[in-house]
Structure formats: C-alpha cells, structure tokens
Design a protein around this ligand. Structure first.
Ligand code: COA
Length: 171
C-alpha cells in the first residue's frame, strides 16, 4: 500500500547566490498581479535582474538580510531587508501565487524581523495604496501607515512602519 501523501515541510533559511534564478521566477510571478492592478508593467520588482539578485545574495550581512522559504525542494517565497542605521526597509517580499494565503508570507516576515541586526529598531516598507490584501496583511503584522509616496512607475504607495518587538527576557 502506498504511503499517504504528506504536505511538504516549510523551511526558512538564508538563500545563497545560486538561488537567485528561482527567487526571480517567484518574484515575477507574484508581482504580475500587482503590475496588472496598477497597469504598471515597469514596477521595480519586475525590472530587477537575476544578476542584481545574485549580487544582493553574495553580499548578505548586517546591511542586507535575506530569507527564503522552501516547501520540500521548491523555493516558494523570499524577502530581503536593507538596513540603514536603526531602520530596515523590507523589500521584494514575495510568495508563489499558488501557495499565497497559506501562512508562508507570515513566517517569512517573522524570520526577517528576527534576523535583523541588533541595531535595527524599526522596520518600514511601501505597498500599493489599492492593494487591500497587502494592507491587511501588514496591519496584522503590526505595521501602521505613516504616509504616501508615488514611485517612478507612477504608482501611489503607502509607507508603513513597525517598531521592533522587545527582546524576550533571558531565563
Ligand atoms: C504579500 C504576500 C508576500 C503575503 O504572503 P502570503 O503567503 O500570501 O501571506 P500569508 O498566507 O502568510 O498571510 C495571508 C494573509 O495575508 C493576506 N494576503 C495578502 N495577499 C494575499 C493573497 N494574494 N492571497 C491570500 N491572502 C493574501 C490575507 O489577508 C491573509 O490574511 P488572513 O490570514 O487574515 O486571511 C503574498 O501574497 C505575495 O507575494 N503577494 C504578491 C506580491 C506582493 O504584493 N508583495 C508585497 C509587496 S509590498
């Protein structure tokens, strides 16, 4: 009798430069929906090249934190954080369309928050002002809107910020 199918386990780790191609594939698939929503095919995440992602991943350290999520062997999402002093910008946060809504994004964002260097006290990001799912997602993750900006593709964005959680007391 065949063994019952088990859902593959979610694993979150630091991606290496050789994961750049898979990350770009997922990123493009995930951001197409946003590009269609705003009739803006030139949004920055869709213009990013595999070389640029590879260079980011070759330079991970205190200023650039990256996390990717795998379900079994398949890379299904990633996120990067760029630290500048006490603030870290969350960028390129993507989950493959067919697994969105299953908790992978929440786990990735938590992993990024936890991996930020100790100097970081604030996380911030921008998201589309009409992207209700994203606004709800970030609100549930503790982010609050602090202003609006227009990007170079002409899309109106909301800036959101969240303070870092205090460290739990050491036993
Ligand atoms: C935003 C994103 C990374 C979230 O990842 P995810 O794995 O879908 O998120 P989770 O499953 O952990 O969380 C689901 C929650 O997020 C919200 N959500 C955001 N986008 C969603 C989507 N496309 N499908 C389903 N839920 C979505 C839902 O409101 C849901 O809240 P609920 O649990 O109260 O119903 C992912 O949807 C994505 O890649 N979107 C396209 C690219 C993008 O817009 N990135 C962010 C740019 S700022």
């Amino acid at each position: 009798m065949a063994a019952p199918d088990r859902a593959p386990e979610l694993r979150i780790a630091t991606p290496a430069p050789e994961h750049a191609g898979e990350m770009l594939t997922v990123q493009r698939a995930a951001y197409v929906t946003e590009a269609q929503r705003y009739h803006a095919p030139g949004i920055p995440p869709l213009r990013e090249t595999v070389q640029e992602i590879r260079a980011d991943l070759a330079g991970v350290g205190p200023a650039l934190v990256a996390r990717a999520a795998w379900l079994g062997p398949r890379l299904v999402g990633s996120v990067r954080g760029r630290a500048d002093g006490a603030a870290m910008e969350v960028v390129r946060f993507t989950v493959a369309p067919d697994v969105q809504g299953g908790g992978v994004g929440r786990a990735l964002l938590q992993a990024l928050h936890a991996a930020a260097p100790a100097s970081v006290g604030l996380f911030w990001l921008v998201t589309g002002s009409r992207s209700d799912d994203n606004l709800r997602f970030y609100g549930a993750a503790g982010y609050r809107a602090t202003g609006t900006v227009v990007d170079d593709a002409g899309v109106q964005l909301v800036r959101m910020e969240r303070a870092r959680d205090p460290e739990p007391p050491q036993p």
